[in-house]
Ligand binder design. Sequence first.
Ligand code: TRP
Ligand code: ZN
Length: 467
Amino acid sequence: MQAASRRTSVLRREAVLATVPVAVAALLAAAGPASASTVGGSGAGDPYFPLSGNGGYHVGHYDLTLRYDTTSRHLDGTAVLSARATQRLTRFDLDLKGLKVTRVTVDGRTARFSRNGQELVVTPSRALAKGREFHVAVSYNGTPGPVTDPDGSADGWIPTDDGAFVAGEPQGAMTWFPANSHPKDKSSYDFTITVPKGRTAVANGVLVGQHTSAGRTTFRWRQSEPMAAYLATATVGKFTVQQYTTRDGIKVYNAVDPREANGSASVLKELPSVLDWESRLFGPYPFRSAGAIVDHAPSVGYALETQGRPIYDSAPDLSTLVHESAHQWFGDSVSLTAWKDIWLNEGFATYAEWLYSEQHGGDSAQKTFDALYAKPAGDALWAYPPGDPGSGKNIFGEPVYARGAMALHELRGAVGDTVFFRILRAWAGEHRYGHGTTAQFVKLAEGQSGVDLGSLFQTWLYKKGKP
Ligand code: TRP
Ligand code: ZN
């Protein structure tokens, strides 16, 4: 369903472009191939999610002002994006699904806009030159809800009985703010979120202000380090809050649904020691803020590594806390450039769980590997290779998590512990706040070890069936 309707809108878009008047087409052609179009692309070029993200500009900062009524479930929003044109733009897209847009301005001037599926198409009153910095302000409102992912799970703004569980991987950011919603584009964020008094709104980064008046409380959050849109949250609920600063100076903010307090207290107590242990393994924790959002959202069925402050749909166990914490290095600080490379997130976070167990009196990574390797050739674990899941439907499947971790264990066996842990630290360090591809990881591992690892990765990441 989802994929079919996307395909339809892509085709419709091409049909529109095909009717560009001949004179304009000639002008565009005369401008040369590099600047053939002044229309920003409707996607970031990711085959798994063709309409996620957009072409033609980079967003440096999002300033989101939201007001959520937990009774009517109505959201009022203003998003101000500070962006830079990477090409001349007469028109560009933002991703926004559902919701009603009431006004768009570009640099303070009213801009024309239209909607086409998940694309909000903006035509500024004056063309934007390549390299130009500009501000887009979008006013919008409505009753947000989740998107259904190709694998059937819900992602985005997910209403709960006391607010909303907000988690946007891989494509849900567009359900609650207009975005350049692909991990290729990373930005800093300011959030100003107003909710009924008694509810708490938790976003990413550091809490920089909170005040209550006329029955409403406004929370101001600031995420200074670059963040992919899917890692943003603005979760609302009745939460018990705990705040402290770690010995390393990291500001911790935990928000726990009272119904999950008993189940999560002992695990949350471990957060500083888990971050400390991971910092020793992977290098310095990348962010100035940390914490957890432990919601009571039984329908969700997963946790997400929302930047700096992972979100859990119920009280997490310790290995889930270790997993989401490891994502802060692998996935959040070092981001994907394509969803196909998802094993760089999930394989690494899963391997962190194995390492944690090994170093804390549990099963060794070898034992975990062996138990998985014993699974017969027909098992779901071997259904597709982790380095090439084939479609967005498979990105959160067992081969990505478990066989992705097995690939790292094989690497460790091939290069030895000292070099292996040096590789992990170099990966997190060299790509900190940026991006990394599988090809870059293989190259780095070969550079650090001096070993030709081509066939190891070929076998474990790309070979069909049980290696
Ligand atoms: N990335 C999450 C994790 O492994 C899992 C996740 C996020 C997920 N969104 C999802 C799983 C959607 C299934 C469907 O921590
Ligand atoms: Zn994960």
